[in-house]
Write a protein that binds this ligand. Structure first.
Ligand SMILES: C[S@@+](CC[C@H](N)C(=O)[O-])C[C@H]1O[C@@H](n2cnc3c(N)ncnc32)[C@H](O)[C@@H]1O
Length: 242
């Protein structure tokens, strides 16, 4: 039995439903992060859970040497079209060690965290990211704001995109936000699920303390304003200290 995050992100429907989250949003965040971190030209950057590679491709275009990793075979196949001397992609589970002491910056962007059921797996993913970094390297984690998400009430919405009528039921239960997504495809009803853990700022700080990553800053949006409880995002800038 596949986990929800193995099937949903690997399906074309995920990309149809979220197609409005685009390259310009990716460029805005990356430009602001580069401005803040100021990595040397040609630095090595790891994009963990890179999806279809929108951040990786943009970074490689700016002259960095970029590796994108993702669990989804379909996403990596799609990314491979963009590979060049500065840009490579691999199918990889973020819980597993990839490389050690290799990268100046590692990124985990757009709520690509909180999928696992076990705390141990959250820690494995953070430790693998830390291991991939050179000492002094930066790890950036961009997550939804769990306070804002948990305050929003359960709801049911319908959306038609590319001729597909999506029905989405959202609920917050047992410390997770769950979305049940259904639609018709070739006369059959298809169901997918998204289930993301509501990890608080304090909990993340606790996780980071159990790794070699030290929290330097916490931002609340893609313009890198400070984090507040009603901010849209929860963005950690951390640094490998040993
Ligand atoms: C919300 S998407 C974000 C993708 C990308 N960062 C972006 O902003 O476009 C989450 C991504 O995490 C990937 N993913 C889920 N579980 C993973 C795992 N265990 N290891 C690596 N990638 C994973 C999914 O395949 C999906 O592409």
């Amino acid at each position: 039995m596949k986990e929800w995050f193995q099937s949903w992100f690997d399906s074309p429907y995920y990309h149809i439903l979220y197609k409005h989250r685009d390259e310009s949003e990716a460029a805005q965040l990356i430009d602001n992060l580069l401005n803040f971190l100021n990595p040397a030209k040609g630095s090595d950057i790891l994009d963990i859970a890179c999806g279809k590679g929108r951040h990786s491709i943009y970074l490689a275009g700016k002259g960095f040497r970029v590796t994108g990793l993702d669990l989804s075979q379909q996403n990596i196949l799609s990314c491979r079209k963009y590979e060049n001397d500065n840009l490579e992609f691999y199918e990889h589970d973020m819980r597993e060690i990839f490389r050690t002491n290799n990268y100046d910056v590692a990124l985990n962007l757009f709520t690509s965290f909180g999928y696992f059921d076990r705390e141990h797996d959250n820690l494995r993913a953070l430790r693998s990211a830390a291991l991939a970094l050179k000492p002094g390297g930066y790890f950036v984690l961009d997550y939804f704001n769990p306070v804002k998400v948990s305050n929003s009430s359960a709801k049911s919405i319908s959306k038609t995109i590319d001729g597909i009528d999506f029905s989405i039921v959202k609920e917050t239960i047992d410390g997770r936000v769950n979305k049940f997504i259904s639609f018709q495809d070739k006369g059959q009803t298809v169901h997918f699920k998204e289930s993301v853990q509501l990890i608080t700022e304090e909990k993340f700080r606790d996780y980071f303390e159990q790794t070699s990553l030290k929290v330097l800053k916490v931002f609340g949006d893609y313009n890198l304003n400070s984090y507040e409880t009603d901010s849209p995002r929860l963005i950690f800038i951390t640094q490998k200290v040993r």
